[in-house]
Design a protein around this ligand. Structure first.
Ligand code: ADP
Ligand code: MG
Length: 149
């Protein structure tokens, strides 16, 4: 497990860009943390580094957005609204861990669909408005990504 402190959203996006340079298609990245913790901000920096030009915003209402990056698609989930319904029977299996890189906000609401091998990020907010502690844990094969940070 690694723990990194960021002092503003630009630093969170820099960390995201650093991680983006290490990923491969099929990787799943879970982003845990409360509302406003920085999950979408991270995804913006991540997608930009991989060549996404359109604006990345939280897919709260449609659950998933797909972005075209240079080398593979990016699937961005916000599972918050699945708390009540569950994640079954919606075809998400066709995306998670397949041909692209998948980032999942609120992964606890898609627990059944998460592969064991994944890069698990946790965003923690302290008393200061702009400081975030970001915990990074590479599980299974994703340990290789964590080791390079
Ligand atoms: P989430 O997707 O987790 O709900 P967002 O990324 O949408 O959170 O929002 C995070 C908010 O916090 C943004 O307004 C961002 O500018 C602000 N912020 C302040 N400091 C940081 C930081 N260190 N990292 C990320 N976001 C930060
Ligand atoms: Mg969000």
């Amino acid at each position: 497990m690694k723990e990194i402190l960021t002092n503003n959203s630009a630093e969170t996006q820099q960390l995201a860009a650093q991680i983006a340079a290490l990923v491969h298609p099929g990787l799943v990245i879970t982003l845990q943390g409360d509302l406003g913790a920085g999950k979408t901000t991270f995804t913006q920096g991540f997608a930009r580094e991989l060549g996404v030009q359109s604006r990345v915003k939280s897919p709260t209402f449609n659950i998933m957005n797909t972005y075209t990056a240079r080398e593979f698609p990016i699937y961005h989930f916000d599972a918050y609204r699945l708390e009540e319904t569950g994640a079954q029977d919606q075809g998400f299996e066709d995306y998670v861990g397949t041909d692209g890189v998948t980032l999942i906000e609120w992964p606890q609401f898609m627990a059944d669909l998460l592969p064991n091998d994944r890069l698990a990020l946790t965003f923690l907010r302290g008393n200061d408005d702009h400081v975030r502690t970001i915990r990074i844990q590479g599980i299974g094969a994703a340990a290789q990504v964590e080791a390079q940070l």
